[in-house]
Design a protein around this ligand. Structure first.
Ligand SMILES: NC(=O)c1ccc[n+]([C@@H]2O[C@H](COP(=O)([O-])OP(=O)(O)OC[C@H]3O[C@@H](n4cnc5c(N)ncnc54)[C@H](OP(=O)(O)O)[C@@H]3O)[C@@H](O)[C@H]2O)c1
Length: 321
C-alpha cells in the first residue's frame, strides 16, 4: 500500500509518499481501506515530535473508509496515527458505522472535531437550552462545528470569536448571533453586553490571553471548557482570584475520554451524525488535498489560513492509475 511517511520530525517538508507493507492487525482491530483522512491540528505537533513517536511513522488520527471484514463504511479515530495511508488498522471499539446519507468527506470531517464540539458542550460544558455560549477560534475545525451544535442544542445567544473579517462573516453565516475580533481591546465588555451580562459557557480552543479574557466575560457560575491551548506551560490561574472571586469554573476536555468509553462514543457520534442528517450542522470543508499535498495543508493550518475542515482524499490521489 501507499502511505505518507515521516522518517524524521520537523517542518512540513518531512512527508514522503512511500510504498510500505500494510499494517499488522492485533486482536480487536480490523483493516480499513481508507477513502478520506482528516487533518487535525494535533497532527502538526506530532509532525514536530511532540509527543515523539517511533520513526518511521504515519500520522493521521481520523479516517473514513470501508472495513474489509464486513464491507461496511466506517469512520474511526486512530489514537496512534496511521490515517494518512491507503489502509489503516483500526480498533473495532474506535470505529462507528457511517449512516447512509453522510458521505465519506463529511464523516471524516465530523468525527473528531464534531465529536469534540458536541462532547465539550454537553459532557464537559453541561449546556442547558437558552444559555449563552461563546466559541473562540469559531471559524476553525472545532469552532465552526461548536457554533452550529450550540445553536442546534438551543443555546442563545451564540457568540463567535475569530481573527479576520472574512472569518467572522463565515462564523455569522453558520448562525452565530454576533461575532468579535479576539484582538479587540474591549472584548470582555463587548461579550458581556452581547450575552446580557456575561456568558454562561465558553468553548475555548486557543488558551493563553484569550482564556484569561474568557474568565472576565463569564457570568457568575459560568464555565470555560478548555479544548486546546496554543500556550503550553503553566497558566498560573489563581483559584481564589481567577475562579473564586468571580464564581466561575474551568473544565478540561480531551476527546480520548470519549473514545475510551464506548457508550459515550456511540452517543456522541450518533448525535453528531444525527444533527448532520437533519441538516442542523454541516462540516464546512476548507480544502480537500491529495496525499502529496499534506505538507502544504499543514502549512496552511499553521498560518491560520483555513476555515473549517482540511481533508485528504486518499482515493482521489490514485484515481486513474
Ligand atoms: N481536547 C481535544 O480532545 C481536542 C480535540 C480536537 C482539537 N483539539 C485542539 O483544539 C484546537 C483547535 O483545533 P482545530 O482542529 O479547530 O484547529 P484549526 O481548524 O486549525 O483552528 C485553529 C484556529 O485557532 C486560532 N488560532 C489562534 N491562535 C493561533 C495560533 N497561534 N496558531 C494557529 N491558530 C491559532 C485560529 O483562528 P483565528 O485566526 O480566528 O484566531 C485558527 O484558525 C487545537 O489546539 C487542537 O489540538 C483538542
Amino acid at each position: 500500500m501507499r502511505a505518507v511517511v515521516i522518517r524524521r520530525f520537523g517542518g512540513a517538508g518531512v512527508f514522503g509518499v512511500e510504498s510500505v507493507p500494510e499494517p499488522a492487525v492485533a486482536a480487536g482491530e480490523s483493516l480499513v481501506d481508507v477513502a478520506v483522512a482528516g487533518v487535525n491540528f494535533a497532527d502538526l505537533s506530532h509532525r514536530t515530535g511532540v509527543p515523539a513517536r517511533p520513526l518511521p511513522a504515519v500520522l493521521g488520527a481520523e479516517i473514513a473508509g470501508v472495513r474489509r471484514s464486513d464491507g461496511r463504511r466506517v469512520a474511526a479515530l486512530l489514537r496512534e496515527g496511521g490515517g494518512y495511508a491507503e489502509v489503516a488498522a483500526v480498533r473495532d471499539a474506535h470505529a462507528v458505522v457511517i449512516p447512509d446519507g453522510i458521505d465519506d468527506l463529511q464523516a471524516a470531517a465530523l468525527l473528531e472535531q464534531g465529536g469534540t464540539a458536541y462532547a465539550a458542550l454537553t459532557a464537559a460544558g453541561r449546556i442547558r437550552p437558552g444559555e449563552s455560549v461563546v466559541v473562540t477560534a469559531a471559524a476553525g475545525g472545532v469552532g465552526h462545528l461548536a457554533v452550529q451544535v450550540a445553536k442546534a442544542l438551543g443555546a442563545g445567544p451564540v457568540v463567535g470569536i475569530a481573527s479576520t473579517g472574512p472569518k467572522r462573516a463565515f462564523v455569522a453565516s453558520l448562525g452565530a448571533d454576533v461575532t468579535f475580533d479576539p484582538a479587540s481591546p474591549g472584548l470582555a465588555e463587548e461579550v458581556r453586553e452581547a450575552t446580557h451580562g456575561g456568558a454562561d459557557l465558553v468553548i475555548d480552543t486557543v488558551g493563553g490571553p484569550l482564556m484569561r479574557a474568557a474568565l472576565r466575560f463569564l457570568r457568575p457560575f459560568g464555565r470555560v471548557v478548555s479544548v486546546g491551548s496554543r500556550y503550553p506551560g503553566p497558566d498560573q490561574l489563581s483559584i481564589d482570584d481567577d475562579l473564586g472571586v468571580p464564581s466561575v469554573g474551568v473544565f478540561g476536555f480531551w476527546m480520548r475520554h470519549v473514545i475510551e468509553d464506548r457508550a459515550l462514543y456511540e452517543k456522541v457520534t450518533g448525535e453528531v451524525f444525527g444533527m448532520a442528517l437533519r441538516g442542523e450542522i454541516v462540516a464546512a470543508v476548507d480544502r480537500v488535498v491529495t496525499m502529496h499535498e499534506i505538507g502544504a495543508a499543514h502549512e496552511a493550518m499553521a498560518a491560520r489560513e483555513t476555515t473549517g475542515k482540511v481533508l485528504v482524499d486518499v482515493r482521489r490521489t490514485w484515481a486513474g492509475q
